[in-house]
Ligand binder design. Structure first.
Ligand SMILES: C[S@@+](CC[C@H](N)C(=O)[O-])C[C@H]1O[C@@H](n2cnc3c(N)ncnc32)[C@H](O)[C@@H]1O
Length: 209
């Protein structure tokens, strides 16, 4: 079996890959089009406009958001467990390092913003734990900006598999969170939702202590 990181990194390298996220019974959870992460898309501006201060992009992927912030002169760092993603992010001029959000993170506790875009609220399979961790990465009055699924779509957490059409990965923990469920996870993490908005079918929220 192939690790999820190998399937994901292979997709990033091929630049055209469509992946599917499945549960371990093979039921589809969502389509993952890595092309969507290569360049800014509708809705991204609404996140970037709220990042006028030092920003940590958690699970930055190929770095379109952290790259745009760097281009605008805003101090920003992308972290990702995929070395391929980090290399692609650096190639576009972003500052990015290979790091696990639950491990050592540069300048932990000093960031004004932490981003969880593109469904990254699912990292680790336990949204409250991830938000609790993000709360330790931001400074006292910092914000965690989260992209969620549309309200009413229901949540999911468990073991997921990434499939690229040819091969499936070993299972890894992941979660899906609807915008209407964010309050609950935020509360469990000692945070609260202070703003929520949507654009072009994408749903976002700003969380603070
Ligand atoms: C849904 S993709 C998001 C892509 C990204 N936001 C972008 O703009 O391209 C999830 C990303 O989170 C990364 N990731 C998964 N687990 C992680 C962890 N524990 N720490 C840091 N990054 C992680 C993956 O490698 C992947 O790049």
């Amino acid at each position: 079996m192939t690790s999820a990181l190998a399937v994901y990194s292979g997709a990033l390298r091929r630049d055209t890959a469509r992946l599917r996220l499945l549960d371990t019974a093979g039921r589809p959870l969502r389509h993952v089009d890595t092309n969507l992460w290569q360049r800014l898309r509708p809705g991204d501006r609404t996140i970037l406009d709220r990042c006028a201060a030092p920003t940590l992009d958690v699970g930055c992927g190929p770095g379109r958001l952290v790259g745009a912030l760097a281009g605008a002169g805003i101090p920003a760092l992308g972290i990702d467990i995929s070395t391929t993603a980090v290399r692609l992010a650096r190639r576009r001029g972003a500052r990015a390092v290979t790091a696990d959000v639950f491990g050592d993170v540069p300048e932990a506790g000093q960031w004004s913003r932490a981003l969880l875009a593109d469904g990254n609220i699912g990292i680790g399979g336990d949204p409250a734990r991830l938000l609790r961790r993000c709360a330790t990465l931001i400074r006292r009055h910092g914000h965690v900006l989260v992209e969620a699924d549309p309200p009413g779509t229901g949540g999911w957490s468990g073991a997921a598999v990434l499939h690229d059409g040819d091969r499936g990965s070993t299972p890894f923990p992941w979660a899906l969170v609807g915008a209407d469920q964010l309050h609950h996870h935020a509360y469990a993490a000692g945070l609260r939702v202070i703003e929520s908005w949507n654009e072009d079918g994408r749903w976002f929220a700003c969380l603070s202590r």
